[in-house]
Write a protein that binds this ligand. Sequence first.
Ligand code: FVH
Length: 295
Amino acid sequence: MTDNAPKNSLTLLGLGDMGTALARTWLAAGHRLTVWNRTAAKAGALAAEGAVVAASPAEAVAANGLVVICLLDDATVGSALDGVVLTGKDLVNLTTGTPAEGRARAAWAEERGARFVDGGIMATPTMIGVPGAGGYVFYSGSRALFDTHRATLEVPAGARFVGEDPGHAALHDVALLSAMYGMFAGISHAYALIEGEDIAPKDLAPLLSEWLGAMGFFVGNAAERLTSRDFTTGVVSNLAMQTAASGTLLRTAEQQGVSAELISPYLDLMRRRLTADPAAHGGEDTAGAITLLKR
Ligand code: FVH
């Protein structure tokens, strides 16, 4: 960082739900914060809490060496900072993007003389600034930038640095979110199955939580198998059995009048792995099916 601003001073671009939550935690922690938002009215309440409101992205960036960006998407970051002088700045981009966008944005920042770290926020706005809520942010890119500003970055939520490849924060973020949506799909299907039956969702809820917790062993088990490429040793529920049983899941959905659209893609993947070579894959763990996904 090349400016003379105080160490606990920073700029934040973007005051949506997440940006506003971030801003409040830095202000509450006594940081000197300059903010900019396209819709200036959103900065009013923060100004009353002590934020300095900049009239343009250029004015906001000029105010501090550390610039945190939390805008809608990567295209918005590019347009907001178009033509803004970034030489000597430390940019921390908390805008959700793809790994490729993170890498391209890092190269873009470097060309403009800035250090860059990309971030992936694993929290909702309500979890920001709430110790114990479990929220944290993945960071990747310039280790030197991260080390310089770590204390400031840890004010709103925990900070986990996942390497110098600027695409890796987004990759970790998207990997976890993708797993989450798969889980939401299964839960949604389970609730749809009991709809109209004499089973209250609130009675199924603890059973679902307990079962998903018990099945969490798959996370570590699959990781070990993908590393060793051994999908057969110590298998407790093999692919042949699970594929046969999947017919029951599909027939139950049919009988309950529930679309199988949320679960059939995974069941189809298992079947594809099995039918490719039943003798070789029938005794495998379902983790073997993961190998079919990479194009
Ligand atoms: N909210 C959440 O639960 C998730 C948690 C995980 C991380 N995401 C990502 O965080 C980024 C910001 O999310 P947000 O919740 O603050 O989003 P919004 O409330 O929709 O605010 C969007 C901000 O972006 C500004 N903006 C939009 N378009 C433009 C534009 N063309 N030029 C300049 N700024 C723009 C918008 O400004 P305004 O509408 O108030 O004028 C807001 O500041 C995001 O990447 C999430 O995926 C949040």
